[in-house]
Unconditional design. Sequence first.
Length: 416
Amino acid sequence: MKIAFITNVFPVLYNTFTVNEIEQLMQKGHGVTVFSLHRWYRPVNYEKSIKMADAVQYFEDVLARGRGAVMKILVEHSGKIHRISPRAYEFIGRYLFSGRVDAAIAKKYHDQLGWSVYALADLARAIQSERFDVIHAGYGNRPAEAAMALSRMTGVPFSFEAHAYDLFVDFPFADEKIREAAKIFTISNYNKDYFIGKLGCPPEKVAVMRVPIDKAHCDRIPEQERENDLLVAVCRLHPIKGLDYALEALKLVAEKRKSVRLILVGDGPQRAHLERMTQKLSLQNNVVFSGSKGNDEALALVAKATAFVLPSVIVANGDRDGIPTSLIEAMYLRTPVISTRVSGIPELIDDGMNGLLAEPGDVQGLARKIEQVLGDPALRERLGRAAREKVEHGFYVQDTAEVLLGGWKETITPAS
């Protein structure tokens, strides 16, 4: 099959599962072109993302094509223009690009897609001329809007994935997407039940597709001796990760085990808040903010940790984790995991069998789980072995590409 894969930003460090998904499709002999709404301008050292650079077309490049250096600069800095003045951003976009796409389409999707909406007509022509079989969106929000619009313009069927934020918080045009998509893929039975029970999606239209990890990459991480009392979390420093509760629980644990340490790998909007909280709780000697690291370095830390801690929560606007890739990777590396009963996480972790689960926001319960793992080497060994077994044989019934291809074959006739 020939697949137009729409994503929001490419390449981005915290979306490695998207790269793994695309790689699986390519390895099975299918042609994939990535169409990215935005370009990631900061450094990315995930080698697969770098290798895929030639397979990516950016909406902003389509807008700037043949328009000179000034236009390229404007498009590159469009996000800054929008942050400074949304009204100026909209006016400049209409002035520069009016007429490049049907006015009704521009009006309907501008709030979601911004200037990217003006690239749709050129991309639709390319999709038709290159005879793509399916337009697939990696997320249910903006990429799915673009995919749906392109499908209407080309007659090429579209599908989309939904993970967490793009389903529970930012899922505009939900009824239209569900009605018009050839197939919907989501990462958990929890999400599937939400589609069917809350959004009225026909059960046969939605399929569960687990988030892929790069097992071969994990296998390259050397085994090493575990470091006693070392806890690691690899994630965006975002409220949904529940790291406030991790610090409060760590305070309780540190009163009994002064050598306990927590390394937070990643960056994000909560960093300053968490650093202040660390000072307030007098945990400066117990908490390390390492910032973002490359995959090899982050996984090496996970491989030597006593346990991996990620106490996810549901925040006020409904945002939550799906099934975090970092949890799956930690389990594959046989590192005992401690998390919470949120969203699809209990589908990955069977409490007491291959990891431990606390209730979201339960500081005392989380502290007890941490103490349980730190104080029992035999438990850690048992949980680690069972975790690897769950990821290899009990979680991935099919790899991601097989689920995608199976869903498309049910509903899509390839172009002849």
